[in-house]
Write a protein that binds this ligand. Sequence first.
Ligand code: FEO
Length: 400
Amino acid sequence: MYCTQQINNDVFYVGASDRRLALFENIYPIPRGISYNSYLVMDDKTILLDTCDKSVGTQFLENIDFVLNGRSLDYLVVNHMEPDHCALMPEIVLRHPDVKIVGNAKTFAMIKQFFDFDVDSRAIIVKEGDTLSTGRHTFHFVMAPMVHWPEVMVTYDSTDKYLYAADAFGTFGALNGNIYADEVDFERDWLDDARRYYTNIVGKYGPAVQTLLKKASSLEISAICPLHGPIWRRNCDWFIEKYQRWSTYTPEDKAIVLVYGSIYGNTENTINVLANMLAQKGVKNICIYDASSTHSSIIISESFRCSHLVFASSTYNAGIFPPVETALLDLKAHNMQKRTVALLQNGSWAATSGAQMSKIFEEMKDMTIITPQTSIKSALKKDQLPELEQLAEKIASELR
Ligand code: FEO
């Protein structure tokens, strides 16, 4: 059965959600599922903005057939060529052989990389500022390279003032009937997943997101229609402000996150002692994560949120304990910057993890590493408590 929603008199949501997929991109856990959004505009000419992932193909194609109601599809706009959005393009071409495909030069190079159907005969190549009229609607194409991939563009409909934003303003999480952000408690139920989505998927490309935000600021926007998660038709500025912070690597909260890798619990104990000291000094909302049992996408997301980071690691094979090292390398790969960091190492003999963690952080931009580092030998001892108190006081004084 079709499962669509009418957004206004001639714009329809034809996407679908997947609650079965365990790992988005085969790497990110998505316990709340994910939506693949697609929008169909029934103007004098019909125009589809992006397709969906193949996992929701049956539902998506049924939705399209229902809304088209016997009409053929005139245009398919390809804002992004990642397969979670373009996988069903060949199906669309098979069903609507006269469809014209709208994309930029890089889009068409990628279509040929992924698929073998004849694209040249149906290609409409657009560049920055080009427009396409379908009757009542005029679509403007705005290039947004590296707002995930190099071919990404967004499409602005100057009639409805809708911004079809590709991956920008997306989030993990299946849509549960409510397709608008104002129909859910977004801050309570969605923000953590939105942050984890942004920081892990697009976080590396902050300057590209900044460029897009500047372009978008000159547009009058009545709704933001992303490719994942709910549509924003109210309070868009609240979400745009989050994007401003995330894309400039500005902490969202003056807060601390502590991440540890502990083999037998002694490094963990030291982190717990430090957290207690911080709490006694008035620090609130302290977050602790065990790197061994926490997916690094959560550590990335929390590090983008917080102003202060503590990383603690046992020494393992003369290096950093692997789960901590994975998280740190992931942080570096995501362009993390502008944070204050405290490091704590443990080693029963020849402790090296502190220096190696420090080296990774030194390769990131604008990181303040608190010195001296705390070093424990096997287990925290009483005579080290003043040193830990000093560290707690320094962090607490900055957070207070
Ligand atoms: Fe949702 Fe970059 O694809």
